[in-house]
Ligand binder design. Structure first.
Ligand code: ZN
Length: 152
């Protein structure tokens, strides 16, 4: 059962990213990999990053399954952080976490805000906040965790 505002939220979010996720799939030369799970909703996300010189995120991809919010948020995240430094990505994550909780998100630059505002609607649905933030937390743990498990 969905009320009107939730339906609108879904529509906005899934329109593009959920149907046509960006950067979806395994990143063969990833040097950071992380996996995240949101047991409340059943969402799963795996994030692959290739971090190069100057701590720059040269490439990023994700795999996952779960609700539209979780997958669209992952897709959007890969779009936004590719080409940025780790520090910039973490700053953006901090702003995003504020945004989806309905807190002060003024740290997010105007260009990024335009993209991320689509997700701001989840603040009205506390259960959905974890869906929206799953990919970001997974990226952070991938960056902190360092080496991926060596594939045979
Ligand atoms: Zn979810």
């Amino acid at each position: 059962m969905m009320d009107e505002s939730l339906r609108e939220l879904y529509q906005e979010v899934i329109l593009d990213h959920s149907r046509h996720p960006r950067h979806f799939g395994v990143l063969a030369d990833a040097n950071h990999v992380g996996e995240g799970h949101n047991p409340l909703c059943g969402d799963r996300v795996k994030v692959y990053l290739h971090v190069g010189a100057g701590d720059k995120i040269d490439d990023i991809s994700f795999e996952g399954k779960g609700c539209a919010i979780s997958q669209a948020s992952a897709s959007m995240m890969t779009d936004l952080v590719k080409g940025r430094s780790i520090a910039e990505a973490e700053k953006l994550m901090g702003g995003f976490l504020h945004l989806v909780k309905g807190e002060d998100a003024s740290a997010i630059g105007a260009d990024d805000r335009e993209h991320l505002d689509v997700m701001a609607g989840v603040q009205a649905f506390p259960m959905r906040v974890k869906c929206a933030t799953l990919a970001w937390h997974t990226m952070k743990s991938a960056l902190e965790g360092g080496n991926p498990a060596k594939s045979e």
